[in-house]
Design a protein around this ligand. Structure first.
Ligand code: FES
Length: 273
């Protein structure tokens, strides 16, 4: 797919719950991004060298613009270190250079396949774009998990007829107290299902638990893998992810180009123990 480094103008950048929401207008290749793909943002200004490396972000929403040829991309991010701290200081009207769209997108559900979406914390970001791209007629369940209520953002977006939306927070400030994997397991026990596809993004421990659940219930699982990335285009090799080989070995692949969407049965989970 055609990728582009586009100079974009910020329309909005500010806090939402425990995260930040960035919205910018784009005109070129970015307007054709698919759910699950990501972008690499240069945070340094035009005459600055710091931070030297770009930062990868999921696309949380693709919004329409007043200009028919443009789109508005929304990004949700946590302020963790210097790169995201500097990004959080950008204001409406500032420019950014955004490289994308990058990586592979989520495969879409097959006909009559029940769809399950599971998020953990800021892992909700790529799943919002996926949710908004799905056929409104499909059978859909969404399980949102987080440490606390302020990490459950964009609940208002998840509106659809017959949608099964469940929330779990570790401190019990919203929804069921506990892990999102527990409410998912209870749902599967009560609504045993065949032909389901599960999409997830979140902390690695949650994804590993979900891999076990997919195995137990025979679900096809696709995870958006979060990894440190520098170039985003397959050159620097900073984003290695272990996948199984046909002869039970392990192959390290680049998350930015072979991912960031991986089928969970292909990931070599033993590599992480
Ligand atoms: Fe450079 Fe993946 S980020 S190879």
């Amino acid at each position: 797919m055609y990728i582009q480094d586009e100079k974009v103008v910020i329309l909005e950048n500010g806090p939402t719950g425990n995260y930040f929401k960035l919205i910018f207008e784009c005109h070129g290749a970015l307007t054709r991004a698919l759910p699950g793909q990501f972008i690499n943002i240069r945070i340094s200004g035009e005459r600055e060298a710091f931070p030297l490396l770009r930062r990868p972000f999921s696309i949380a929403r693709m919004l329409s613009s007043t200009n028919k040829k443009s789109k508005r991309i929304e990004v949700l991010y946590s302020v963790l270190q210097i790169g995201t701290k500097l990004l959080s200081l950008k204001r409406k009207g500032d420019f950014l250079y955004v490289l994308g769209p990058l990586g592979h997108s989520f495969p879409l559900p097959e006909k009559n396949e029940e769809t399950i979406i599971v998020s953990g914390g800021i892992g909700i970001a790529p799943l919002i774009f996926l949710f908004e791209s799905l056929d409104p007629q499909i059978k859909l369940s969404i399980f949102l998990g987080a440490k606390t209520k302020r990490e459950i953002v964009h609940r208002d977006v998840f509106k659809r007829k017959n949608l099964n939306l469940q929330i779990a927070t570790e401190d019990g400030t919203l929804g069921t107290k506990g892990y999102v994997t527990a409410i998912l397991s209870r749902y599967l026990e009560a609504h045993r299902t065949t032909r389901s596809i599960l999409y997830a993004c979140g902390p690695r421990a949650m994804l590993k638990a979900l891999d076990g659940i997919c195995d137990q219930w025979g679900l096809r699982g696709y995870f958006s893998w979060e990894e440190k990335m520098a170039c985003g285009i397959g050159i620097c090799l900073t984003c290695a992810c272990p996948v199984k080989t046909a002869n039970e070995g392990t192959n390290m692949v680049r998350c930015c180009t072979e991912g960031p969407i991986f089928e969970t049965s292909k990931i070599d989970w033993d590599y992480f123990v």
